[in-house]
Write a protein that binds this ligand. Structure first.
Ligand code: ALL
Length: 351
Protein backbone atom coordinates (compact mmCIF):
# COMPACT_ATOMS: atom_id res chain seq x y z
CA UNK A 1 0.00 0.00 0.00
CA UNK A 2 1.16 3.52 -0.67
CA UNK A 3 1.97 5.84 2.14
CA UNK A 4 0.39 9.30 2.22
CA UNK A 5 2.71 12.24 1.49
CA UNK A 6 5.50 12.54 4.06
CA UNK A 7 4.49 14.02 7.43
CA UNK A 8 0.93 14.59 6.31
CA UNK A 9 -2.00 12.20 6.19
CA UNK A 10 -4.07 12.22 3.02
CA UNK A 11 -7.14 13.68 4.72
CA UNK A 12 -5.15 16.83 5.46
CA UNK A 13 -4.28 17.63 1.86
CA UNK A 14 -5.44 21.16 1.21
CA UNK A 15 -8.83 21.73 -0.35
CA UNK A 16 -7.20 23.88 -3.00
CA UNK A 17 -4.95 21.04 -3.99
CA UNK A 18 -7.88 18.65 -4.22
CA UNK A 19 -9.77 21.17 -6.38
CA UNK A 20 -6.74 21.45 -8.62
CA UNK A 21 -6.64 17.69 -8.94
CA UNK A 22 -10.35 17.52 -9.78
CA UNK A 23 -10.00 20.13 -12.51
CA UNK A 24 -7.05 18.15 -13.86
CA UNK A 25 -9.20 15.05 -14.04
CA UNK A 26 -11.78 17.04 -16.00
CA UNK A 27 -9.07 17.93 -18.47
CA UNK A 28 -7.92 14.30 -18.59
CA UNK A 29 -11.47 13.27 -19.48
CA UNK A 30 -11.25 15.53 -22.51
CA UNK A 31 -7.96 14.10 -23.69
CA UNK A 32 -9.51 11.93 -26.36
CA UNK A 33 -10.56 15.02 -28.21
CA UNK A 34 -6.99 16.32 -28.61
CA UNK A 35 -5.49 16.01 -32.09
CA UNK A 36 -3.79 12.69 -32.69
CA UNK A 37 -1.73 12.34 -35.77
CA UNK A 38 1.09 9.87 -35.33
CA UNK A 39 1.50 9.68 -39.08
CA UNK A 40 2.84 6.15 -38.79
CA UNK A 41 2.81 3.63 -41.60
CA UNK A 42 0.69 0.54 -41.14
CA UNK A 43 3.71 -1.74 -41.55
CA UNK A 44 3.27 -5.34 -40.65
CA UNK A 45 6.17 -5.76 -38.22
CA UNK A 46 5.99 -9.52 -38.57
CA UNK A 47 6.44 -9.27 -42.31
CA UNK A 48 3.36 -11.43 -42.96
CA UNK A 49 1.20 -10.95 -45.99
CA UNK A 50 -1.76 -12.11 -43.94
CA UNK A 51 -2.59 -10.82 -40.46
CA UNK A 52 -4.04 -14.22 -39.57
CA UNK A 53 -0.93 -15.36 -37.69
CA UNK A 54 -0.90 -12.29 -35.43
CA UNK A 55 -4.55 -12.24 -34.54
CA UNK A 56 -4.07 -14.20 -31.38
CA UNK A 57 -0.82 -12.47 -30.39
CA UNK A 58 -1.39 -11.02 -26.94
CA UNK A 59 0.68 -8.05 -25.90
CA UNK A 60 0.37 -6.55 -22.42
CA UNK A 61 1.14 -2.90 -21.76
CA UNK A 62 1.97 -2.33 -18.09
CA UNK A 63 2.07 1.29 -16.97
CA UNK A 64 2.33 3.02 -13.62
CA UNK A 65 -0.99 4.76 -13.01
CA UNK A 66 -3.82 6.61 -14.69
CA UNK A 67 -3.65 9.40 -12.10
CA UNK A 68 -1.15 10.94 -14.53
CA UNK A 69 -2.55 11.79 -18.02
CA UNK A 70 0.92 11.05 -19.44
CA UNK A 71 -0.06 7.37 -19.36
CA UNK A 72 -3.37 7.96 -21.15
CA UNK A 73 -1.36 9.25 -24.08
CA UNK A 74 0.92 6.23 -23.88
CA UNK A 75 -2.10 3.92 -23.99
CA UNK A 76 -3.51 5.84 -26.96
CA UNK A 77 -0.37 5.15 -29.00
CA UNK A 78 -0.38 1.49 -27.97
CA UNK A 79 -4.07 1.18 -28.94
CA UNK A 80 -3.24 2.53 -32.35
CA UNK A 81 -0.60 -0.18 -32.76
CA UNK A 82 -3.15 -2.72 -31.57
CA UNK A 83 -5.49 -1.70 -34.40
CA UNK A 84 -2.81 -1.45 -37.06
CA UNK A 85 -1.17 -4.77 -36.29
CA UNK A 86 -4.37 -6.61 -35.29
CA UNK A 87 -3.08 -7.89 -31.96
CA UNK A 88 -4.87 -8.19 -28.63
CA UNK A 89 -3.62 -5.47 -26.30
CA UNK A 90 -4.11 -5.93 -22.59
CA UNK A 91 -3.58 -2.68 -20.67
CA UNK A 92 -2.79 -2.78 -16.96
CA UNK A 93 -1.69 -0.19 -14.47
CA UNK A 94 -1.21 0.20 -10.74
CA UNK A 95 -3.12 2.51 -8.42
CA UNK A 96 -0.51 5.20 -7.93
CA UNK A 97 2.98 6.34 -8.89
CA UNK A 98 4.48 4.50 -5.92
CA UNK A 99 2.51 1.22 -6.16
CA UNK A 100 5.58 -0.80 -7.13
CA UNK A 101 4.52 -4.05 -5.42
CA UNK A 102 1.21 -3.85 -7.25
CA UNK A 103 3.03 -3.45 -10.58
CA UNK A 104 5.10 -6.56 -9.74
CA UNK A 105 1.85 -8.42 -8.95
CA UNK A 106 0.42 -7.37 -12.33
CA UNK A 107 3.44 -8.87 -14.11
CA UNK A 108 3.08 -12.08 -12.05
CA UNK A 109 -0.56 -12.33 -13.20
CA UNK A 110 0.40 -11.76 -16.84
CA UNK A 111 3.01 -14.52 -16.63
CA UNK A 112 0.33 -16.88 -15.32
CA UNK A 113 -1.94 -15.66 -18.09
CA UNK A 114 0.77 -16.59 -20.64
CA UNK A 115 0.77 -13.40 -22.69
CA UNK A 116 3.18 -13.34 -25.63
CA UNK A 117 4.87 -10.06 -24.82
CA UNK A 118 5.11 -7.47 -22.08
CA UNK A 119 5.70 -3.78 -22.75
CA UNK A 120 6.53 -2.14 -19.45
CA UNK A 121 6.98 1.39 -18.13
CA UNK A 122 8.41 0.38 -14.75
CA UNK A 123 7.78 2.55 -11.70
CA UNK A 124 11.07 1.44 -10.19
CA UNK A 125 14.23 0.74 -12.22
CA UNK A 126 15.44 -2.12 -9.99
CA UNK A 127 12.49 -3.75 -8.20
CA UNK A 128 10.76 -5.01 -11.36
CA UNK A 129 13.84 -6.79 -12.73
CA UNK A 130 13.44 -10.22 -11.04
CA UNK A 131 9.80 -10.63 -12.10
CA UNK A 132 10.64 -9.56 -15.65
CA UNK A 133 13.39 -12.15 -15.69
CA UNK A 134 10.78 -14.68 -14.63
CA UNK A 135 8.65 -13.53 -17.59
CA UNK A 136 11.57 -14.06 -19.99
CA UNK A 137 12.14 -17.54 -18.57
CA UNK A 138 8.48 -18.26 -19.31
CA UNK A 139 9.16 -17.34 -22.96
CA UNK A 140 7.56 -13.88 -22.81
CA UNK A 141 9.17 -11.07 -24.81
CA UNK A 142 9.93 -8.00 -22.67
CA UNK A 143 10.16 -4.45 -24.02
CA UNK A 144 11.04 -1.53 -21.73
CA UNK A 145 9.57 1.91 -22.42
CA UNK A 146 9.73 5.31 -20.68
CA UNK A 147 11.77 4.58 -17.53
CA UNK A 148 14.85 2.45 -18.05
CA UNK A 149 15.47 -0.75 -16.11
CA UNK A 150 18.84 -0.48 -14.39
CA UNK A 151 21.41 -2.01 -16.81
CA UNK A 152 23.71 -3.16 -13.98
CA UNK A 153 20.99 -4.98 -12.02
CA UNK A 154 19.46 -6.33 -15.22
CA UNK A 155 22.76 -7.99 -16.07
CA UNK A 156 23.22 -9.22 -12.53
CA UNK A 157 19.77 -10.84 -12.59
CA UNK A 158 20.18 -12.35 -16.05
CA UNK A 159 17.62 -10.08 -17.72
CA UNK A 160 18.80 -10.07 -21.30
CA UNK A 161 18.23 -8.15 -24.52
CA UNK A 162 15.44 -5.87 -23.41
CA UNK A 163 15.07 -3.04 -25.94
CA UNK A 164 14.50 0.35 -24.33
CA UNK A 165 12.43 3.16 -25.89
CA UNK A 166 12.28 6.63 -24.38
CA UNK A 167 13.60 10.18 -24.75
CA UNK A 168 17.10 11.20 -23.78
CA UNK A 169 15.99 12.35 -20.33
CA UNK A 170 19.25 14.02 -19.34
CA UNK A 171 19.46 16.11 -22.51
CA UNK A 172 15.78 17.06 -22.47
CA UNK A 173 15.79 18.06 -18.79
CA UNK A 174 18.91 20.12 -19.44
CA UNK A 175 17.01 22.08 -22.10
CA UNK A 176 14.01 22.62 -19.83
CA UNK A 177 16.12 23.86 -16.87
CA UNK A 178 18.43 25.85 -19.14
CA UNK A 179 15.43 27.80 -20.41
CA UNK A 180 14.88 29.31 -16.95
CA UNK A 181 18.57 29.38 -16.00
CA UNK A 182 19.28 31.61 -18.99
CA UNK A 183 16.83 34.19 -17.65
CA UNK A 184 18.91 34.70 -14.48
CA UNK A 185 21.21 37.74 -14.58
CA UNK A 186 21.53 38.47 -10.84
CA UNK A 187 22.37 36.12 -7.95
CA UNK A 188 19.53 33.64 -7.60
CA UNK A 189 18.63 30.50 -5.66
CA UNK A 190 17.39 27.29 -7.23
CA UNK A 191 15.81 23.98 -6.21
CA UNK A 192 15.18 20.71 -8.03
CA UNK A 193 12.16 18.48 -7.44
CA UNK A 194 12.85 14.90 -8.51
CA UNK A 195 10.43 12.00 -9.06
CA UNK A 196 10.76 8.62 -7.37
CA UNK A 197 14.43 8.26 -6.35
CA UNK A 198 14.52 4.65 -7.60
CA UNK A 199 13.58 5.70 -11.15
CA UNK A 200 16.50 6.20 -13.53
CA UNK A 201 14.61 8.77 -15.60
CA UNK A 202 14.21 10.92 -12.48
CA UNK A 203 17.96 10.65 -11.78
CA UNK A 204 18.75 11.57 -15.38
CA UNK A 205 16.44 14.57 -15.30
CA UNK A 206 17.99 15.77 -12.04
CA UNK A 207 21.43 15.42 -13.60
CA UNK A 208 20.38 17.38 -16.70
CA UNK A 209 18.89 20.17 -14.58
CA UNK A 210 21.97 20.30 -12.32
CA UNK A 211 24.15 20.78 -15.39
CA UNK A 212 21.99 23.67 -16.62
CA UNK A 213 21.93 25.41 -13.24
CA UNK A 214 25.69 24.94 -12.71
CA UNK A 215 26.46 26.54 -16.05
CA UNK A 216 25.14 29.87 -14.78
CA UNK A 217 27.52 31.11 -12.04
CA UNK A 218 24.81 33.44 -10.70
CA UNK A 219 22.70 30.44 -9.62
CA UNK A 220 23.21 28.69 -6.26
CA UNK A 221 21.49 25.36 -5.76
CA UNK A 222 19.71 25.12 -2.40
CA UNK A 223 18.22 21.65 -2.47
CA UNK A 224 17.29 18.54 -4.45
CA UNK A 225 14.32 16.66 -3.03
CA UNK A 226 11.63 14.20 -4.15
CA UNK A 227 7.96 14.87 -4.86
CA UNK A 228 7.49 11.24 -6.04
CA UNK A 229 5.94 12.42 -9.34
CA UNK A 230 2.72 13.42 -7.50
CA UNK A 231 0.74 16.65 -7.68
CA UNK A 232 -0.10 16.73 -3.97
CA UNK A 233 3.50 16.05 -2.95
CA UNK A 234 4.70 18.75 -5.35
CA UNK A 235 2.33 21.12 -3.60
CA UNK A 236 3.40 20.16 -0.10
CA UNK A 237 7.11 20.13 -0.86
CA UNK A 238 6.83 23.59 -2.38
CA UNK A 239 5.09 24.82 0.80
CA UNK A 240 7.96 23.44 2.89
CA UNK A 241 10.57 24.97 0.59
CA UNK A 242 8.94 28.40 0.81
CA UNK A 243 9.18 28.27 4.59
CA UNK A 244 12.76 27.03 4.57
CA UNK A 245 14.07 29.00 1.58
CA UNK A 246 12.00 32.17 1.25
CA UNK A 247 14.50 33.53 -1.30
CA UNK A 248 13.85 30.76 -3.84
CA UNK A 249 13.94 32.12 -7.42
CA UNK A 250 13.77 29.13 -9.76
CA UNK A 251 12.68 25.50 -9.73
CA UNK A 252 13.01 22.55 -12.06
CA UNK A 253 10.42 19.82 -11.44
CA UNK A 254 11.04 16.43 -13.08
CA UNK A 255 7.40 16.17 -14.22
CA UNK A 256 4.40 18.42 -14.79
CA UNK A 257 2.23 16.92 -12.06
CA UNK A 258 4.71 17.99 -9.37
CA UNK A 259 5.21 21.34 -11.11
CA UNK A 260 1.44 21.96 -11.18
CA UNK A 261 1.23 21.22 -7.45
CA UNK A 262 4.21 23.51 -6.81
CA UNK A 263 2.69 26.30 -8.93
CA UNK A 264 -0.51 26.06 -6.90
CA UNK A 265 1.50 26.42 -3.66
CA UNK A 266 3.35 29.41 -5.16
CA UNK A 267 0.03 30.99 -6.10
CA UNK A 268 -1.34 30.45 -2.57
CA UNK A 269 1.80 32.11 -1.17
CA UNK A 270 1.64 35.02 -3.63
CA UNK A 271 5.01 33.98 -5.11
CA UNK A 272 4.22 33.94 -8.83
CA UNK A 273 7.63 35.52 -9.43
CA UNK A 274 9.37 32.13 -9.04
CA UNK A 275 10.44 30.64 -12.40
CA UNK A 276 9.37 27.02 -12.92
CA UNK A 277 10.21 24.56 -15.67
CA UNK A 278 9.28 20.90 -15.92
CA UNK A 279 8.73 17.83 -18.10
CA UNK A 280 5.82 16.11 -19.97
CA UNK A 281 3.95 19.03 -21.60
CA UNK A 282 0.56 17.79 -20.37
CA UNK A 283 -2.45 19.85 -21.43
CA UNK A 284 -2.75 21.67 -18.05
CA UNK A 285 1.00 22.40 -18.19
CA UNK A 286 0.64 23.89 -21.68
CA UNK A 287 -2.18 26.03 -20.31
CA UNK A 288 0.06 27.14 -17.42
CA UNK A 289 2.76 28.06 -19.96
CA UNK A 290 0.25 30.14 -21.87
CA UNK A 291 -0.77 31.82 -18.60
CA UNK A 292 2.87 32.44 -17.65
CA UNK A 293 2.88 30.45 -14.40
CA UNK A 294 5.11 27.75 -15.95
CA UNK A 295 7.99 28.72 -18.22
CA UNK A 296 8.83 25.50 -20.05
CA UNK A 297 8.11 21.79 -20.30
CA UNK A 298 9.16 18.89 -22.52
CA UNK A 299 6.89 16.91 -24.81
CA UNK A 300 8.31 13.40 -24.72
CA UNK A 301 5.76 11.88 -27.11
CA UNK A 302 4.34 9.18 -24.81
CA UNK A 303 1.94 7.99 -27.54
CA UNK A 304 4.89 7.29 -29.82
CA UNK A 305 6.61 5.40 -26.98
CA UNK A 306 3.46 3.28 -26.48
CA UNK A 307 3.09 2.64 -30.21
CA UNK A 308 6.72 1.66 -30.66
CA UNK A 309 6.61 -0.54 -27.56
CA UNK A 310 3.92 -2.73 -29.13
CA UNK A 311 5.60 -2.64 -32.53
CA UNK A 312 8.94 -3.71 -31.02
CA UNK A 313 7.25 -6.52 -29.10
CA UNK A 314 5.91 -7.91 -32.38
CA UNK A 315 9.24 -7.51 -34.12
CA UNK A 316 11.02 -9.30 -31.25
CA UNK A 317 8.44 -12.10 -31.39
CA UNK A 318 9.38 -12.41 -35.05
CA UNK A 319 12.99 -12.99 -34.02
CA UNK A 320 14.30 -9.58 -34.98
CA UNK A 321 17.22 -8.22 -32.98
CA UNK A 322 16.24 -4.72 -31.90
CA UNK A 323 18.39 -1.73 -30.95
CA UNK A 324 19.34 -1.64 -27.26
CA UNK A 325 18.19 1.99 -26.99
CA UNK A 326 15.76 3.92 -29.20
CA UNK A 327 15.29 7.61 -28.47
CA UNK A 328 12.09 9.33 -29.57
CA UNK A 329 12.05 13.08 -30.17
CA UNK A 330 11.70 15.40 -27.19
CA UNK A 331 10.39 18.90 -27.84
CA UNK A 332 10.90 21.89 -25.57
CA UNK A 333 7.55 23.67 -25.13
CA UNK A 334 7.65 27.35 -24.15
CA UNK A 335 5.35 30.32 -24.64
CA UNK A 336 7.55 31.59 -27.48
CA UNK A 337 7.64 28.13 -29.09
CA UNK A 338 3.82 28.06 -28.87
CA UNK A 339 2.46 26.01 -26.00
CA UNK A 340 -0.78 25.27 -27.83
CA UNK A 341 -1.74 21.64 -28.25
CA UNK A 342 -0.12 20.26 -31.36
CA UNK A 343 -0.49 16.93 -33.18
CA UNK A 344 1.93 14.27 -31.98
CA UNK A 345 4.99 13.58 -34.06
CA UNK A 346 6.13 10.41 -35.72
CA UNK A 347 8.76 8.26 -33.97
CA UNK A 348 12.38 9.40 -33.81
CA UNK A 349 15.15 7.32 -35.33
CA UNK A 350 16.84 4.35 -33.77
CA UNK A 351 20.07 5.02 -31.99
C1 ALL B 1 7.78 8.87 -15.86
C2 ALL B 1 7.46 9.68 -17.07
C3 ALL B 1 6.91 10.98 -16.69
C4 ALL B 1 5.82 10.87 -15.72
C5 ALL B 1 6.21 9.96 -14.60
C6 ALL B 1 5.18 9.71 -13.60
O1 ALL B 1 8.32 7.65 -16.07
O2 ALL B 1 8.48 9.76 -17.98
O3 ALL B 1 7.48 12.11 -16.98
O4 ALL B 1 5.27 12.06 -15.32
O5 ALL B 1 6.68 8.76 -15.09
O6 ALL B 1 4.99 8.40 -13.30
Amino acid sequence: MDEPPANRPLYQISATCVCLFISLLTIIAGCDRTPFDLNLKANDPLGNTSTEAQKTTRVALVMKTLTNPFFLEMERGARRAEREFAVDLIVKMAASETSIQQQIGIVEDLIRDQVDALVIAPGDSVELIPVLRKAQLAGIVVVNIDNQLDPFFSKKNGLAAVPFISVDNKAAAYRSAKYIADKIQFPAQAAIMGGIPEALNSDDRIEGALKAFRENPKISLLTVDSGHWKIEEGHDLMEQWLLRYPQLDLIFAANDMMALGAIEALREAGREDVLVSSFDALIPARQAIEQGTLQASVDQNPAVQGYLGVQYALRALNGEVLPEITYVDAELITASAGAAIKPLKSPGGDS
